[in-house]
Each structure stands twice: as structure tokens, then as C-alpha cells.
Design a protein. Structure first.
Length: 330
């Protein structure tokens, strides 16, 4: 009898944490959620984060707080999320930079971009736009003008980026490598600094993310010479692709945005978060905003598992681009 009692107590002790965990999952969410980002206010990431946070707050019934921890190509925010509790209250607005490019670009990372994260939702494909200052660089009316100037004086031209390893960096590096150019990379800590340098004439060109670039082109402050995707953007129909404008066949440096959580996130929370986000980004109004305001191609990736497959594929794809370009961050 005593043995049966002890066995029952031991079994109850083993089941108690499991029961508590399931109760917590069923009651999720019941307090504010943090959506962390690794890039400054005004960046393409930040713009999308804030656009998503408001309807997601309504859908989940709790406040979704945007918290940007900038620096190291998004690695600071990524590391914080990787080490957070997988309880459904900390998520990361990641990019192909943070979760594919950085795996090869950085000599070492304090986290594993695959093993330390739970994929949630692929948010869309993001091209870059080759831009020059309309006032400071009027001589670059076309991409061919820019290429000719760079070839005439190797090492004389430079380009801005939003930081080492960002898509804006690798788009420029890939462009220079494929076109056979010797140009100087000038990294900034985020989009605002890079854009300011372009407008001031401190740098010659900038492969800006499509969202911010569309606004500056519309205002006439910059000229869009080419888009880095294989197809033209509906929001910038007059801007040709790099392949069309620059004569670089097959050029494509588009990246993506996506939501991640710490590894070990319970599957019911993963599924609920993915479902709510997918409902939002697939509404007609949100899709129109993505296409016309941000130049982002809406996602066709249907599940977290498919998103993980895209991530793993792009780790290999960008590793090859990085090796060819010689880019490296210690």
C-alpha cells in the first residue's frame, strides 16, 4: 500500500510541470509581448514591425511592444531572443541578414541561427534599390553611367550600407563583384545614417531597402537606377532591374523578413502566432501596403516548416556570395 502511495506521489510530481505548462499554453497570451528588432527607427525593418504590431495586438488581445536593440548587423537583438525564455512573450523580427547571411559573414556568433530559434512566419521578400543623390550625383543618370565612372577610376567611388553584413552591404558587394568594379564600402549603423550620407554627397551610391527608397524616390531626393530583384517593382515600374539597367544577367540580391522565437517554443503557441500574423499580412489592405508602399513581395511560404527550409537554403546561397565578395566581419 505504501509503495503504491509513493508511486502515485512520484507520478503526480512528474505530471505537475507538464500540466502547468499546458495550462500556461492554453492561457497564452495574458500579458504584453515583446517584438524585438535589430535595426534603428526608420529602417525598413522598423517600419514593417510597427505596421504589424498594431493589428497583431488587436488579434492577440495584448499589447505587442516593439523593442529595437541595434548593432552588429542585428546580432545583438538576435542574441537576446536566442537566450530568452521560450514562453511566447519574446519574439524577433528577423531578416535574411540576421538568420542567413550572418551565419557565414561573421567569424563567430554567440548563437546558432538555426538551432537556437523557432521559425514562426515568413513575412515577404525584400529587394534593394540602387540609388544615387539626384542633386549631388546628376552625372549618374543610369546604371551604365555609374559603372563607367567606377571602371574609369578604380577605388575612387564608394557606397553606403546599413552595416556590415546587411543586405544593403551584400547587394553592393555582389554588384561590384559581378560588374568587375573596385569600389569602397562605407558601413553605417542603420538606414538613416546611410541615407543622410548619400543625400550629402559623402557616398556615391546606396543599395537601400525598397521601403525607404520608394519614399525618397517619390520626393525626388534620390534617383533609382535599378532594383535588385529579378522583376520590376509595381511601386517603381519606371525603375529597371539590375539585369536590365546594368547588363548583369541573372542578378538577384533580394532578401526576406520573418518572425522568430527562442528555440523550444511550445508548438501550440508557434501555430497560433503564425496563424494570426498570416491572417494580417494576407488582408487586401496589408498586401497593398506591402506592394505599393514598401516594394515587398507578399509571402508565398505557407508554414513555419517551409520558412525553415527557405532559411536553410539561403544560408548556403549567401555563403557563396560572401565567399566570392571576400566580405568578412570579425
Amino acid at each position: 500500500m505504501r509503495r503504491h502511495l509513493l508511486l502515485g506521489l512520484a507520478l503526480a510530481g512528474l505530471l505537475a510541470p507538464l500540466t502547468a505548462s499546458r495550462a500556461q499554453e492554453a492561457n497564452w497570451p495574458n500579458r504584453p509581448i515583446t517584438l524585438m528588432g535589430g535595426f534603428p527607427n526608420g529602417s525598413g525593418v522598423d517600419i514593417y514591425q510597427r505596421k504589424l504590431a498594431e493589428p497583431l495586438s488587436r488579434a492577440l488581445g495584448v499589447t505587442v511592444v516593439v523593442d529595437n536593440r541595434t548593432g552588429a548587423g542585428g546580432n545583438i537583438a538576435s542574441d537576446l531572443v536566442a537566450k530568452a525564455r521560450p514562453d511566447g512573450y519574446t519574439f524577433l523580427f528577423g531578416t535574411a541578414g540576421t538568420h542567413a547571411i550572418n551565419a557565414t559573414l561573421y567569424s563567430s556568433l554567440p548563437f546558432d541561427v538555426v538551432k537556437d530559434f523557432t521559425p514562426i512566419t515568413h513575412l515577404g521578400d525584400v529587394p534593394n534599390v540602387l540609388t544615387v543623390s539626384a542633386e549631388r550625383r546628376p552625372q549618374f543618370a543610369t546604371c551604365q553611367d555609374l559603372i563607367a565612372a567606377a571602371k574609369a577610376k578604380p577605388g575612387a567611388l564608394n557606397y553606403a550600407s546599413t552595416g556590415n553584413g546587411a543586405s544593403t552591404h551584400l547587394a553592393g558587394a555582389q554588384f561590384a563583384q559581378v560588374a568587375g568594379l573596385e569600389v569602397v564600402h562605407v558601413p553605417f549603423r542603420g538606414q538613416p545614417g546611410a541615407q543622410t550620407a548619400l543625400l550629402a554627397g559623402d557616398v556615391d551610391f546606396f543599395f537601400n531597402q525598397s521601403g525607404p527608397a520608394i519614399g525618397y524616390i517619390g520626393q525626388g531626393q534620390v534617383k533609382g537606377l535599378a532594383v535588385s530583384s529579378r522583376k520590376r517593382l509595381p511601386a517603381l515600374p519606371e525603375v529597371p532591374t539590375v539585369e536590365e539597367a546594368c547588363g548583369l544577367a541573372g542578378f538577384d540580391s533580394s532578401t526576406w523578413y520573418g518572425i522568430f522565437a527562442p528555440a523550444g517554443l511550445p508548438q501550440p503557441i508557434q501555430a497560433r502566432m503564425d496563424e494570426e500574423i498570416r491572417k494580417i499580412i494576407n488582408t487586401p489592405d496589408f498586401k497593398d501596403w506591402l506592394i505599393q508602399s514598401q516594394g515587398i513581395t507578399p509571402s508565398t511560404v505557407a508554414t513555419p516548416a517551409e520558412f525553415r527550409a527557405v532559411q536553410e537554403r539561403d544560408i548556403g546561397r549567401w555563403a557563396e556570395v560572401i565567399r566570392r565578395s571576400g566580405a568578412r566581419v570579425e
